[in-house]
Write a protein that binds this ligand. Sequence first.
Ligand code: F6R
Length: 614
Amino acid sequence: MCGIVGYIGSKDAFPILIKGLQRLEYRGYDSAGVALITEASNLAVYKTRGKVSDLESFTQHKDVSGSIGIAHTRWATHGEPNDVNAHPHYSQSESLALIHNGIIENYAVLKEDLMSRGYTFKSNTDTEVLVQLIEYVKVSNNVDLFTAVQLALTQVVGAYAIAVLERGHPDCIIAARKSSPLVVGIGDDEYFLGSDASPIIEYTNRVIYIDDDEVVRLKRDSEPRICNLNNVEKSHEIKELEMSLSQLEKGGFPHFMIKEIFEQPNTVRECMRGRINVERNRVALSGIIDHKERFLNAKRIIIVACGTSWHAGLIGEYLLEEFARIPVEVEYASEFRYRNPVLCPDDIVIAISQSGETADTLAAAELAKRQGAFVYGICNVVGSSIPRMTHTGSYTHAGPEIGVASTKAFTAQVTVLTLMALTIAEEKGEMSKDVFEQYVQELALIPDKMEQTLSVAGYIEDFSSIFTYAKNFIYLGRGYSYPVALEGALKLKEISYIHAEGYPAAEMKHGPIALIDREMPTVVIAPKKGMYDKVVSNIQEIKARKGRVVAIVTEGDTVIRDLADYYIEIPDTEDCFSPLLSALPLQLMAYYIAVVKGCNVDQPRNLAKSVTVE
Ligand code: F6R
């Protein structure tokens, strides 16, 4: 949600900032802007509605010289996406320029106060309030910018990652964070700033993660100075990034989404690496083993997440209850955090998040921790906020996910949950040795079976174009296939803008069946080992009403093949592992329908990759 990038060093800042914005564009893409202290000592701000490419055109004949700058790509919260509301924002005297990711909740009160002191505002944003406040505090207290930022932020309620430049100070960037990610990259005599490491990795793999309520000063020829809002100095370990630049490129695919769909056999292999031993029939997830007693004594597991991660959580519920015999509840993080939930000391709360930054999931995990629960994170982005605040957890190791629609992160989350359920089941002695070994052997085959599943992409591409006429879709599944139906529907609606709903197949009779007609395609996930016969009956009910059916079936299925209009085969596997295969054709279908409709699949309208605001 909004991308921040900054540079100070000896190179030209502008190309570094533009490239950084392009890498961060997945976080928000309705407007973009840059502030530079130019060689002529101007504090220049250039910004425009639209994408980073629009900013590049807009700046073509402008003075973009200078070796210090900050830049921003926006996902609008306050004020529509237009040139004026784009960041950076100047202060009243235009001596400061600021970029911001997050929401200032008390901006209206602060704005009124500043207006009564003669400040005027050009935009509708909360961000402009912040830069004006910093200027007011700086002037009225006669302090330097670092101190002014510290003092101003004590008055602010909300979430922010900010970076500020000051006219006449071409050697210094001040930045700060609360509940919005901020990373400093350390190069040779140069520093970088980023909302995440993606704009930095090209130049250095040495980073510092800034913590909440910290302000950092990046100055040429000196170490970063980091203090909290009370001016207490903070020391930070320099971390080494494991990410590589090639992981951030499209690698010959037309979109990140399709690249990430095809990466899944490998990301699931990576996710299992070192955690599953096929020769010895062992599964060991260190986060569980290190806290074995907690899991052995757990009375309940509560999973909190949003969106696709919530769907993975639902699959986790089925796995953990079936394998480990622990009651599981799956909660939308946004509901959980505000409904005064009852938590007991023997509860384990699992927070699932690709980005590790989702505001609601982070807040839900913090609430659970405050109330004494043991909190476990399942996240993809290493060093992000959730893994840093949880008691322990497991990374999904899916690599950077750039496409806004989550694909490889989902299957990696499901893989971790599977490994988790197997590890606890074994520790608790809840599964017979034979079944356990059979599951371990089968799980190890899943990446190869994913490859086989993806080999039908051409066929899916061919028939998907037929469905671009559709205004609505229904997705049905039972048992393990029910969350997959929800996920398939979410993928379709978010990237193709076709309305789609997922249902447990048996619920169809309780309402949705009224929608079925020739125009309404139904996607049915019907692997052989699920509640197959019951799903076949559902398909017959749809066909009796002239509905069109796309079915995901186990290879060799002849019954559904004769009933469905289109069918996609997945390799045979255990029912509990089938989501890892059946999700893939649904991702492909959503992708190809969206491409034929001419939608921007990597950057769907109104969405952003990382939802760091409520
Ligand atoms: C859908 C999608 C979103 C995210 C949700 C949670 O394709 O990507 O629904 O799953 O915003 O994000 P994370 O997992 O980063 O917490």
